[in-house]
Structure formats: structure tokens, C-alpha cells
Design a protein around this ligand. Structure first.
Ligand code: SF4
Length: 302
């Protein structure tokens, strides 16, 4: 894959932390911000980006425009994988918006991945370009969401944003990720998320079980001490260390994610799983891609 030949390149080939279990198709990754203000307890990226508020990268629009001429235009750009492009700060910095303007005029293929309802502010740009949006929604319970993802938009706001985007013709999907044993893995909670997303126009769901890392497990246990024994047993005693993460036993992960897939099927949604290492069969994948890049419409430069 072609990549911009600069040490300070802001567009880079997507590297799923070198996980051999990643099934994402080739794509680029671009994050306008460093750090992430959403402060999700389960965040996988904190060992790379730290627990810091979102700060726009220096001269990011200039660097983005420079990098765009060095990449393969047929490949999608995922925005963002380890630092949300729509943190609360985006309301006044508008840096993601300025980046989107450059990307859309360049004819780039863009997949937005976010927990920020602010994404719907950019409906004008997103509908002009070759863009799709996947919104992470882990629960519809506002109380649980505010403990798990303290500074992200509420689940209701995220669903409303999806509605606005899909009414404007922008393809949308969701990430029901992570599904955490004992917390948001019951059928009722899963169904609530999928029904809300589907009524808002989402036609695709990618799901994944929670993978514990030393730092995120510590935060999760501090917030939910009543689940400490369960998680220690699932992850540290019976789980497996795979490439930097403790994975729950495969049978347990399958049992949990099967519920997501059963409910998605009932609603006629496409589905996929993320970094589970399951067999590539219709049991786990009905969508052409696991990351939602197939949702990006085919449009040229405007
Ligand atoms: S939105 Fe993503 S990057 Fe930001 S804190 Fe949450 S999990 Fe981490």
C-alpha cells in the first residue's frame, strides 16, 4: 500500500496494532486529534494516546492536503481509529470539519467512526462526498453509558445523529463494541441498541467482545467492583493472552456475540464480528466487510 513518505505524515496505512486477528480490508487511517476526551473506561488506545483530552494535531489540514497526493485514492480512509474525530472540543475547533472539506474536495473515500453526535453537524459535507458513518453504541441505558463513556454523547443523541445522517442519504452503521460480560451482554440490552439503530436507518452492525488490557481492566474494576470476580475469572483465569489482550474463552465470546447476530438478523441488518478469530462463515459475517467500508458510496470528485 502506498504511503506518504514523511515522518510527520497524518495519513497512514491502517495498522490494527499488528493484530493477526484483524480482518479489515486495506485502508488508511487518519486522526485529526491526538488524545481523546471521551474517556471511555474500556478504551484500547490509552496505552498509545494516553488519558488526555483531545487536542488538534499541529498544522493538520496542511499535512492532510500534502499527504493526499501520495496515497492510493481507491482505498478508504478511516477517521478515526484511536482518537475520536468528534470530541466535545470539535464544536469550537472545527478541525475535523476543515479536514473533511479537504477530503471531500479531493474525492477521498471516507469512513467516519465516532461516538460524537456532533458528526451530524457535518451532514452537508458528508452527503456531498463518498462518505459513510459508523457510530459506536454499546448500550441505550443513559446511566450505564455515562459511567462507561463519560464524556461521549448520550446513546439517544447518537441515535438521533444517525437518523439525521441517514435521512440525508448518508449510509450509516453501528459498532456494538465492546460487548462486556455482565454489563451490556444481556439480550434485552443488545436488542434495545439494535432496534434503536435500525429504526434510525443503520443497516449494518459490527460487534466485538471486550478484550481486557491491564490498564482498561483496572479502570473497569474500579468503576464496577461488583464485577471484579467475574472478570478476573473470565479474563485472567480462563482467558487467553492474545497479542496484547486477554480474550475471554472462545465459547463464551461466541455465546455473547451470537445474541447480537440473532437480533441483527431479525431486523434485517448486515453483521460482522471484529478481531475474534472466528471462522469466516455466514454464522459470523454477512456483510462484505467487517469495518463498514462497504457502506461508502461510489462517488467521484465533485
Ligand atoms: S472514543 Fe474511542 S478513543 Fe476515545 S476514549 Fe472512547 S474508546 Fe478511546
Amino acid at each position: 500500500m502506498r504511503s506518504p513518505p514523511f515522518r510527520d505524515a497524518v495519513i497512514r496505512p491502517f495498522d490494527p496494532w499488528r493484530s493477526p486477528l484483524c480482518t479489515c480490508p486495506p485502508k488508511y487511517s487518519f486522526q485529526p486529534y491526538t488524545g481523546c476526551s471521551h474517556g471511555c473506561l474500556y478504551c484500547y488506545a490509552t496505552s498509545y494516546i494516553g488519558r488526555r483530552a483531545s487536542v488538534p494535531k499541529k498544522r493538520v489540514v496542511k499535512r492532510l492536503v500534502r499527504d493526499l497526493s501520495f496515497i492510493d485514492p481507491s482505498l478508504p480512509i478511516s477517521m478515526s481509529n484511536s482518537s475520536d474525530p468528534y470530541p466535545p472540543e470539535e464544536r469550537f475547533y472545527e478541525v475535523t470539519r476543515r479536514c473533511l472539506e479537504a477530503l471531500v474536495s479531493h474525492g477521498a473515500r471516507i469512513l467516519i467512526v465516532t461516538k460524537g453526535a456532533l458528526v451530524s453537524r457535518d451532514v452537508d459535507l458528508l452527503s456531498r462526498g463518498a462518505c459513510a458513518v459508523t457510530m459506536t453504541i454499546t448500550t441505550m441505558d443513559p446511566g450505564l453509558a455515562s459511567r462507561l463513556e463519560p464524556r461521549a454523547s448520550s446513546p439517544r443523541e447518537r441515535v438521533e445523529a444517525l437518523e439525521r445522517l441517514s435521512s440525508a442519504g448518508i449510509p450509516v452503521g453501528i459498532r456494538l463494541d465492546p460487548v462486556i460480560p455482565g454489563l451490556n451482554d444481556d439480550r434485552h440490552s443488545i436488542r434495545e441498541v439494535l432496534e434503536a439503530a435500525s429504526s434510525a436507518g443503520a443497516r449494518f452492525v459490527v460487534t466485538s467482545s471486550y478484550k481486557a488490557r491491564p490498564d482498561n481492566l483496572k479502570r473497569m474494576i474500579a468503576a464496577f467492583p461488583e464485577l471484579e470476580r467475574l472478570w478476573i475469572d473470565i479474563y485472567r483465569v480462563r482467558g487467553r493472552w492474545v497479542h496484547g489482550y486477554w480474550y475471554a474463552p472462545a465459547e463464551l465470546r461466541k455465546r455473547i456475540l451470537r445474541v447480537v447476530i440473532e437480533e441483527a438478523r431479525k431486523l434485517g441488518m448486515e453483521y460482522a464480528v471484529c478481531r475474534e478469530g472466528f471462522e469466516r462463515s455466514s454464522e459470523w459475517y454477512s456483510a462484505p466487510t467487517c469495518d463498514g467500508t462497504h457502506l461508502i458510496p461510489k462517488k467521484g470528485v465533485d
